[in-house]
Design a binder for this molecule. Sequence first.
Ligand SMILES: *[C@@H]1O[C@H](CO)[C@@H](O)[C@H](O)[C@H]1NC(C)=O
Ligand SMILES: *[C@@H]1O[C@H](CO)[C@@H](O)[C@H](O)[C@H]1NC(C)=O
Ligand SMILES: *[C@@H]1O[C@H](CO)[C@@H](O)[C@H](O)[C@H]1NC(C)=O
Ligand SMILES: *[C@@H]1O[C@H](CO)[C@@H](O)[C@H](O)[C@H]1NC(C)=O
Ligand SMILES: *[C@@H]1O[C@H](CO)[C@@H](O)[C@H](O)[C@H]1NC(C)=O
Ligand SMILES: *[C@@H]1O[C@H](CO)[C@@H](O)[C@H](O)[C@H]1NC(C)=O
Ligand SMILES: *[C@@H]1O[C@H](CO)[C@@H](O)[C@H](O)[C@H]1NC(C)=O
Length: 540
Amino acid sequence: MIGNLCFTIFVFFVLIFTIIAATYEPDDPLFHPSTQITNFLTSTSNATFRSDITVAKTGEDFATPNQTVVSSFINITDVDTSSFENAADIAAQSTDCDVGPDTPIQCSDPEVFHLLMKSAIEHFKDIHFYKFGKAVPGSNDTSCDMAWRFRPKEGKTASFYKDYRRFVISRSENCTLSVVSIGEYHSGVNARKRKRNQKPGFEKKPDSGTIQVVGETVNDTLPVVESEKAFRHGKYLLYTNGGDRCKSMNHYLWSFLCALGEAQYLNRTLVMDLSICLSSMYTSSHQDEEGKDFRFYFDFEHLKESASVLDQGQFWSDWNKWQKQDRLNLYLVEDFRVTPMKLAEVKETLIMRKFGSVEPDNYWYRVCEGETESVVQRPWHLIWKSKRLMDIVSSIASRLNWDYDAVHVVRAEKAKNKELWPHLDTDTQPEAILSSLRDKIEEGRKLYIATDEPDTSFFDPLKDKYTTHFLDDYKDLWDEQSDWYRETMKLNNGVAVEFDGYMRISVDTEVFYRGKKQIETFNDLTSDCKDGVNTCTSSS
Ligand SMILES: *[C@@H]1O[C@H](CO)[C@@H](O)[C@H](O)[C@H]1NC(C)=O
Ligand SMILES: *[C@@H]1O[C@H](CO)[C@@H](O)[C@H](O)[C@H]1NC(C)=O
Ligand SMILES: *[C@@H]1O[C@H](CO)[C@@H](O)[C@H](O)[C@H]1NC(C)=O
Ligand SMILES: *[C@@H]1O[C@H](CO)[C@@H](O)[C@H](O)[C@H]1NC(C)=O
Ligand SMILES: *[C@@H]1O[C@H](CO)[C@@H](O)[C@H](O)[C@H]1NC(C)=O
Ligand SMILES: *[C@@H]1O[C@H](CO)[C@@H](O)[C@H](O)[C@H]1NC(C)=O
Ligand SMILES: *[C@@H]1O[C@H](CO)[C@@H](O)[C@H](O)[C@H]1NC(C)=O
């Protein structure tokens, strides 16, 4: 009886996903459901779904960096050293250099600026520099802070990164300046500039083609409607209820982007719920956890700057204030089969799509199926990963000087399940990893190990050949003293935020992707298939 029911549900899922596969693939080349779906269809168990804790792909993963921009980094030969040499010459000519070694360093002096740029370019060999900010005074008379924009030399991702560091400078007897030391990642806090003031409000012209800059200050305050007049003239779309809550992050995005796509198609402001439910698959309590903020995981600043969105709370309070006197109307849609095209002529201020309680017809993404598919595009470029999380990634990579190799070791539940992954356990034993890496990664290299193995001492034998690094070595980046902790707590109304399972996987994976060499578990370490026996496809 139960078995039958399970099978029915299974068939149901297969059916839905077949439909998705059939209808979504051609129009959304950014998303590749086909491989996931093939894996799922050929999988012999329900383990596939339960173990789908992969990091959701977002817009910046699909963006290809503009080669013109990427190749226009600042070469050391571009840093004009002539004025610096002239200054030194002049100093040398004047027999007694008239400033003593104790005179404060003038950070605004071009000579100092050139010196700092030159030493930064020489010191950080594995990154390319794109822009230097002015040098400003540091903590005392002998230090200066300077900011710059960079990318890793071997980076595949489209993002830029911002760093600002503290330089300690010394002046010798004959007035020559030299850099004594360069501080750690983001140590030059005086050179950290606030971003240009954003315009308040929520109606935005679509803007694409911008690139995420990790390390900039984040301002992701909720947008506000300035006036009753602006509110009255707005048109809104709101999705409510449905079965999408507490599902995997991939499911969440797939549905959310459908709503956002429809709002863009209808030229309406999307009224969204920033409070999301984190699925038990990512939580340490193994329970679904409500009350997580969209901004913990995604870049809301980018979203609000490039699309018209409003938070539900703000919207309803304005609606209740003004709905009666302004005679604002609501148009309710309770059937997902009512296409966006049919709603194009609706004049009501608010279109509210209400979803039922029966899965899978109550999934938001069903709105975007069928003929809608060719009309409404999912705006992937609007969704980026949280800059706060990416800043942790950037900090880790910077501490490793952007010069490390990485190996991804999947173990945990899969290694225990010999039926589906017969060789995984043996293939991911430290000795087996060492022998797999022998021809691939040189001895002595820094090796970042991204893994779900909770006991990292398991990998101790690798220390004979490599300097190993794990996510937990960088705990200070999210502990109580960290920027991340302080900022997320502020977002969360003063309540501390747990660095949860999704964040961990997300950061671990992103650090892995920034390694110079990347060795995967499946294909590289083992010939077992990612989703269990006989699920290997040529593309995964
Ligand atoms: C599928 O899930 C059910 C319930 O969660 C479990 O009892 C069963 O063993 C699973 N089947 C397989 C093949 O893993
Ligand atoms: C790349 O950037 C350059 C300079 O900003 C711009 O002129 C060019 O159109 C861009 N190319 C693409 C494909 O966006
Ligand atoms: C940077 O300068 C070096 C030395 O002059 C030169 O060989 C190299 O091609 C330059 N690279 C770029 C990207 O301009
Ligand atoms: C100035 O600050 C730098 C960095 O904070 C420090 O290393 C140096 O010792 C300080 N110098 C003096 C004279 O206090
Ligand atoms: C100034 O002194 C430093 C050592 O203190 C020396 O390396 C440098 O060559 C001198 N420069 C000139 C122009 O004399
Ligand atoms: C953040 O942006 C909003 C407008 O979107 C602005 O009103 C607010 O002052 C900004 N906050 C900071 C700290 O810059
Ligand atoms: C949305 O606005 C664009 C440009 O203003 C217009 O071409 C399009 O027809 C509008 N769409 C709807 C559904 O009103």
